[in-house]
Design a protein around this ligand. Sequence first.
Ligand SMILES: Nc1ncnc2c1ncn2[C@@H]1O[C@H](COP(=O)(O)OP(=O)(O)O)[C@@H](O)[C@H]1O
Ligand SMILES: [Mg+2]
Length: 474
Amino acid sequence: MLQENFLTPAQIVAELDKYIIGQHEAKRHVAIALRNRWRRLHAPADMQAEIVPNNILMIGATGVGKTEIARRLAHLADAPFVKVEASKFTEVGYVGRDVESMVRDLAEQSVNRVRQRRQEEVKAQAAQAVEDLILDALIPPLRAPSKDGGAGRVNVGFSGSSENIVGDALPTSDQELNERTRERFRQKIRDGEMEDRHIEIQVAQAGPSVGVMGAPGMDEAALSGLQEMLGNMLPKKSRKRKVTVAEARKILLDEEAAKLVDMDEVKDEAIRQAENAGIIFIDEIDKVATSGGGKNGGPDVSRQGVQRDLLPIVEGSAVSTKYGIVNTDHILFIAAGAFHVSKPSDLIPELQGRFPIRVELQSLTKDDFYRILKDPKNALTKQYEALLQAEEVELTFDDAALERVAQIAFEVNAEVENIGARRLHTVMSRLLNDLLFDVPDKIGPQARIQITAELVEERLASMVKNRDLSQYIL
Ligand SMILES: Nc1ncnc2c1ncn2[C@@H]1O[C@H](COP(=O)(O)OP(=O)(O)O)[C@@H](O)[C@H]1O
Ligand SMILES: [Mg+2]
């Protein structure tokens, strides 16, 4: 996000185009919002605090790409991202309680991202340390590096030896011999010759989890903070395990990498990223809008309650998480809903005001369906082709077949229920299921399967005509 050559709006749209068909308006708006965050971070410091994000409200039927756009956007932005469903917060026991959890989830996500990245950075260093540990387990060094002249350290995995050998007492030749053997084994390890050899290693064990009962009213962040603190006070346990060198490397690499990472720095950076680059996607916002203006009591009241709880978070407030306080002022919120029953104007005015950008997503046409099947980088046809490629079976789709699939999906949507592009998943899986079962038992490797329009017709047409059938099967 802070790099110099961050994507321009046009480039962001071009990237989104690789995955999402149509929805040009929505793409333009999210592209501007994303570029604006970069612009803000390059603005004079005193202005940065003033510039608040223009949150976006996406309005569109189910399955037209709302979530997909937000998800791809977060990926492009390389930003922490969480998706929540507003309707979840109206469930019994949730009202007014835990809307803040979305910010805690964002912090968690951000910490994981930063931690992973840092571990990646120290990987080479960790690998070196792991090699030494494996070597120690295979050929314990004779001479303990004890500078104070005291007893050498006990060598892990030096089975059968109870004595510690004080280095000085040994003749040089033994040390040299040991050293040479170790170097020979180091080479063997590097050449991959030792992978199946069994060694004994010390592995950290998750400490006994500390149960802390929260006092009523105690917030979750404080509770988990307390838990972590108590956990850290207990001695860390480790135990010996006999594993192959290959397994040892896997286990130890994570541990060593974790040791090399400064968790305080990770937390600070993670919070900074969550605050300045974080994206929270609030789905089903329409489900907490109330067409009755909140005077109906019951569910309407609880829905309005959720909106009121959302308000401070979207307006900007400080939320305590177990990694520290997260300020929500500059988090980008993208809300989405179908708004079939309620309208955006049924949201409380303050909340409406916090989503100044409204975009309507278009219903997808038959032609869009056809392109969705074919064009996106992760298009369904490409996914199925790759699946069968793994079996060395070549799968191809005729254009006419895809046109027919698109049409069928479109018709079933109109007849049964409109679930947008999701229908393509059900139709395609119905079309290909038998085939997926028969490979490789009946249809062996090197086979070539061509999906033709006739085949689509044969497998699906009868179901489409029978409304009851399509309701259950497609
Ligand atoms: N415009 C589109 N282009 C490509 N794929 C789409 C499009 N709209 C929906 N899809 C696909 O349909 C599925 C549901 O889309 P999603 O974005 O979750 O819908 P919603 O609008 O309900 O959030 C996903 O697999 C998504 O990739
Ligand atoms: Mg969705």
